[in-house]
Design a protein around this ligand. Structure first.
Ligand code: KG4
Ligand code: ZN
Length: 339
């Protein structure tokens, strides 16, 4: 059976190493969400190899799109729009998704909508919780970004603070490499930290108490230097102490931001949001502040196309379709938006 899809948006996401497509109805109801991870292709290189990512997207995207459409029982020409991540991300990887989305929108005669990947992350929580109370503060922590965003209502947001150097996930990955824990580093440190003492080593809490900006480059250097100088140290203690330092800073700044704007809750997004200790600490901080802790599932925190389809649906309503010459923009930043 093919259902009426006039309110359904096909989202496409190829900004990094996940090839994803999803159909979301009314910006809210996920009809299908298909994610093909390239993790295995990149793991032996210790990080994402851009050229390999682009080629894998080329191979995987159309099958992934077909699966998303058939899973949702919709046909392309009946969609409300095709939405795609145009940035930020890897140039070649973005181009695969953007070119495919434009071609499909043209062939099906439906609108094309350009979506900022970071804006997509802001919609992840609303796809799992129907009744979100706004305003909320979203702590977006991934391999490429660390930011605090005030979301007043869907589509109305502004940046409150971000990292001045490395992203939190980048620090996890680099520290994991220094500890010989492999790639991706976040889950490895998360697991190892459970066996260690988080107060064993007093690593610095960078920029703690100094506004809403973050810095993780110095912490990463402090940990790698400590490891070099203490070759016999317990790896679990180093992992736990490093993770505690990162979590302390993230949670303290998120709580400060939420207090400043009278937020109803703090929401987590991005790959680092899968971190068990971060999730626990956010729940604790929110309980203390009398706010809701909004913790989307791991699949919704990490890169997916449902969040892109949801953002595309809202953008279509607020700004209309995007011109077909809207380019891929690897360095696209998150600018305040009012729907
Ligand atoms: O959002 P994401 O899947 O991709 C982008 O960076 O856009 O985030 C990946 C990052 C990596 O740096 C990875 O090490 C980190 O998220 N990560 C974690 C955990 N799972 C993934 N960091 C800490 N604890 C985890 N459990
Ligand atoms: Zn992301």
């Amino acid at each position: 059976m093919v259902s009426d899809a006039r309110d359904a948006v096909l989202g496409i996401e190829t900004s990094c190493d996940e090839t994803a497509a999803s159909v979301v109805r009314g910006g809210q109801s996920v009809m299908s969400s298909v994610i093909s991870s390239q993790l295995d292709l990149h793991a032996r290189f210790g990080g994402v190899v851009p050229e390999i990512a682009s080629r894998a997207h080329l191979d995987l995207l159309l099958p992934v799109v077909s699966e998303a459409l058939s899973g949702a029982q919709v046909e392309g020409p009946s969609l409300a729009a095709v939405a795609v991540t145009t940035g930020p991300g890897l140039a070649g990887a973005l181009l695969v998704g953007v070119s495919a989305a434009k071609a499909l929108a043209l062939a099906w005669g439906v609108p094309y909508v350009a979506v900022n990947h970071l804006e997509g992350h802001l919609y992840a929580a609303s796809l799992e919780e129907e009744k979100l109370e706004y305003p909320i503060v979203t702590l977006l922590v991934s391999g490429g970004h660390t930011m605090l965003v005030l979301v007043q209502s869907p589509g109305n947001y502004r940046l409150m603070g971000e990292t001045v150097d490395d992203a939190a996930g980048e620090a996890f990955d680099k520290v994991a490499r220094a500890l010989g824990l492999g790639y991706p580093g976040g889950p490895a440190i998360d697991a190892m930290a459970k066996k260690g003492d988080p107060s064993a080593i007093p690593f610095p809490r960078p920029m703690m108490g100094a506004g809403l900006s973050f810095s993780f480059s110095g912490l990463k250097t402090a940990v790698t230097r400590w490891v070099r100088e203490h070759p016999d140290a317990e790896v679990a203690d180093v992992a736990a102490s490093f993770q505690q330092a990162v979590v302390d800073v993230l949670v303290s700044k998120a709580a400060t931001a939420a207090r400043q704007v009278g937020a109803m809750g703090i929401c987590l997004g991005g790959g680092v949001a899968a971190n068990a200790q971060l999730r626990e600490a956010i729940v604790e901080a929110c309980a203390k502040e009398g706010m809701a802790a909004l913790l989307p599932s791991k699949a919704m925190c990490t890169d997916n196309a449902a969040m892109i389809a949801a953002a595309g649906w809202h953008r279509l309503r607020s700004d209309g379709p995007s011109p077909l010459d809207t380019p891929a923009e690897p360095d696209l930043s998150l600018v305040a938006h009012t729907a």
